[in-house]
Write a new protein. Structure first.
Lengths: 238, 271, 238
């Protein structure tokens, strides 16, 4: 396409200030327009979708989006809800009214603590977030709520798509080969639950391997090979 | 830690007023882009100090005091006197000035004024030695900001210069490594007269001597300190905006020019 | 003095992403300067009252290790370090698209491990890379270098010995794409002509350093995208 630079055309690595295109294009995620040109604002891979330029970032802070599933840790309890650390620049809030246990009674701090205490981990969904206020969470929904067992892996949120894989191919393989259940939070926090801790450990190692080698090809096969190798000394409880 | 400043308490409309005028080539107080506000310099207002100068630049008011005392030299310059410049943003000068240790703005101001005096070798520090390696004279320049209406650096630089030029110290001679004071008073050994000129970029226009409203709306500033021979002895860019190289060169030229005018004003006060 | 041409840079080595716990980091060796820069953020503002409603607060700390200079330097921040923290912040902040992260802070930490003149410039060069490494959206990178005057001649990139003997020092931070100067200081004595010459010399050096910065980013993330097939990567929302 005319106006696209080589960087954008060949889906190359770009950095802040690199020119991606000139002309009638739209500046998508992680790009910006100045005059007639569109520039990258973050390190990542340039891509073109229609006539929109984007950069898929290599690394960065998690910025919550509506409907994201996240894993968070309670760090404070207020009058009507909990303050949850979702490993983002903004602390999230889970109002008591957004938990399934809530029956419309006045919440007293004492009662709240019996649902979630400080330090508890939860799976929640983002129901509101904008520039003027902190993200709002809910735990009303299937699969949401307190996490009581399993292991947590924390990776950069930009690598979550890689852990899931195209049409879920990577995560399906991970679950099958390690015999664990894996829930990836969009904020980079992943919960792994298995029958025994050895399986969980292997799954976690696999996840970190994916994060480290996200840029390479043939990753799914290599991760699978690593898992099979490690699983060999373990009694699997299916 | 240096942190982004809180926004100034100026409404968008008030900012717009300044901006719109600038676009028309005018300033909020009717000055031209190269005009300084009315400048008043009074020397010797604090008799107990060795030297003092009070500068009114528009509504900005700064008092600088000079004290000369005996002290120990720095190990790497055993034969030279010491110059030290400090600035206080006195709480009475502006509603948000707080008492306490100097903040980054007052430290920056003090260091820029210091650089001008030091790098131009305005004071012949070699003449301030009493006992090499053991005793020298220390010149304390304290800049006291009394009323903040913009362009504190220039006003401070001029006040410091005025205080130094008009300062009087006890004549002395050195006998056997001891200082012996004589009856007469002599001026400090001054040999240069640095003057800072601050320009500010606002919506693409460059203006000198910003008043407070202009400072609150500015993009960035550049202070250029020039000595009596037209040499530049200090420069400091400040603010979150940026300059092009061409703008910098333009400002350097106009500052070197402008400093002559102001230097004359200051020197004429002494004589 | 050390055998370089008048307009020759001291050797520079750059490395990106060397610290594990910082969100972004970079290490620079510029002549005998050895400086580490790290970035945390965007993250929650502490204390809350310094937060700005419409953009991130950028905090910057320039500090010299006690063993970094010929004479041991007290670890307490000196007036010089406070001034430099301010001017360095003012050179980097224009490149940061801080309006993306209201009510948060971005912390830049520069530690000089070994000093040999030109530390603030080397610090800026490294800090800009650390910001990019952290995935913070930037307009472009900021490169910095100092010019000066010794024995009446305008010269580039003074070392410590040269600086002590020299007649003037002019540190400059520059963004090539925007043709913008974010840091400019000078001390010494120069005629207008010499000053303009030194400025041009420093800007040219900044352009060279800018290319080195982009190269350093490429080396760190180069293999990240070079071979990747787009099939492997998807944007999936849980």
């Amino acid at each position: 396409m005319e106006g696209l630079t080589v960087l954008a055309e060949r889906k190359q690595l770009v950095g802040p200030g690199d020119v991606l295109a000139e002309g009638p294009y739209f500046a998508g995620e992680n790009t910006y327009r100045e005059g007639s040109k569109i520039f990258a604002s973050r390190v990542g891979m340039a891509d073109v979708i229609g006539n929109k330029l984007i950069v898929m970032p290599v690394k960065g802070a998690y910025i919550p989006r509506m409907d994201d599933i996240v894993l968070g840790r309670v760090f404070d309890i207020g009058m009507s809800g909990w303050q949850v650390d979702i490993y983002a620049p903004y602390p999230a809030m889970l109002p008591a009214s957004e938990t399934p246990m809530h029956r419309g009674r006045d919440s007293v701090r004492h009662d709240l603590r019996s649902i979630y205490g400080v330090g508890d981990l939860m799976i929640a969904q983002v129901i509101a977030f904008d520039r003027t206020r902190d993200p709002l969470l809910t735990t009303k929904g299937r699969g949401l709520g307190k996490v009581t067992s399993g292991r947590v892996a924390r990776i950069n949120n930009t690598k979550i798509p890689r852990v899931i894989g195209k049409k879920g191919s990577m995560i399906t393989m991970l679950k099958k080969e390690t015999g664990t259940d894996i829930i990836p939070g969009q904020n980079g926090v992943i919960l792994v639950t298995g029958r025994n801790p050895d399986q969980e450990l292997i799954a976690v190692e696999a996840i970190y391997m994916i994060e480290r080698e996200a840029h390479t090809t043939g990753l799914t096969d290599r991760v699978k090979a690593m898992i099979l190798e490690r699983m060999k000394g373990i009694t699997v409880g299916q | 830690m240096s942190a982004t400043h809180q926004p100034s308490p100026v409404a968008k409309l008030e900012q717009k007023t300044v901006r719109d005028l600038i676009l028309k080539g005018k300033r909020i107080d009717d000055r031209g882009p190269l005009d300084y506000r009315p400048l008043t310099i009074m020397l010797g207002t604090v008799e107990k100090a060795n030297g003092s100068a009070q500068v009114y630049l528009g509504k900005t008011k700064i008092l600088a005091g000079v004290k000369v005392q005996v002290g120990t030299p720095f190990p790497d310059t055993p034969n030279e006197g010491i110059l030290t410049v400090n600035a206080e943003f006195v709480p009475l000068a502006y509603p948000t000035f707080e008492a306490g240790p100097p903040d980054e703005n007052s430290i920056e101001l003090a260091r820029v004024v210091d650089r001008g005096i030091r790098e131009s070798k305005a004071i012949d520090l070699a003449k301030m030695c009493i006992d090499p390696g053991k005793k020298v004279l220390v010149i304390f320049v304290d800049v006291y900001v009394l009323d903040h209406d913009g362009n504190l650096i220039d006003a401070a630089g001029m006040a410091a210069l005025g205080a130094l030029i008009s300062a009087k110290m006890q004549a002395f001679e050195v006998k056997g490594g001891e200082i012996k004071y004589k009856d007469t008073k002599i001026p400090l050994p001054m040999q240069n007269y640095p003057v800072p000129i601050t320009s500010v970029k606002l919506d693409g226009s460059i203006i000198v001597d910003p008043c407070l409203e202009e400072e609150q709306v500015m993009s960035c500033r550049l202070t250029v300190t020039t000595d009596k021979d037209g040499n530049v002895c200090a420069m400091q860019k400040g603010g979150l905006g940026v300059f092009t190289p061409e703008e910098i060169k333009q400002i350097i030229s106009s500052s070197v020019n402008k400093s002559r005018e102001l230097r004359e004003k200051i020197l004429s006060k002494v004589n | 003095m050390d055998g370089r041409r008048l307009d020759e840079l001291r050797p520079i080595k750059l490395e990106v992403g060397i610290l594990d716990k910082a969100d972004g980091s970079a290490y620079i060796e510029h002549g005998r300067n050895k400086i580490l820069a790290a970035v945390f953020g965007p993250r929650e503002a502490h204390p809350k009252h310094i937060a700005l409603a419409d953009r991130a607060v950028v905090k910057c700390r320039y500090h010299m290790a006690p063993f970094s200079t010929d004479e041991r330097k007290s670890p307490a921040p000196s007036r010089r370090e406070l001034e430099l923290s301010k001017v360095i912040r003012e050179s980097l902040e224009p490149s940061i698209m801080s309006e993306y992260f209201p009510r948060s802070t971005i912390d830049i930490i520069i530690e000089v491990l070994q000093a040999d003149a030109g530390t603030r410039c080397a610090g800026i060069t490294a800090a800009s890379l650390a910001l990019a490494d952290a995935g913070i959206p930037l307009r472009e990178l900021v490169a910095a270098c100092a010019a000066g005057k010794i024995d009446g001649k305008v010269v580039l990139d003074l070392s410590d010995i040269e600086d002590k003997k020299g007649d003037a020092d002019l540190p400059v931070a520059y963004m090539p794409k925007s043709n913008a100067i974010g840091l400019l200081q000078m001390d010494g004595s120069m005629t207008e002509e010499e000053l303009k010459q030194a400025l041009d010399m420093a800007i040219n050096a900044c352009k060279t350093i800018y290319d080195m910065q982009r190269d350093a980013l490429r080396r760190k993330y180069h293999i990240e995208r070079d071979e990747s097939e787009t099939e492997e990567v998807t944007e999936v929302k849980a």
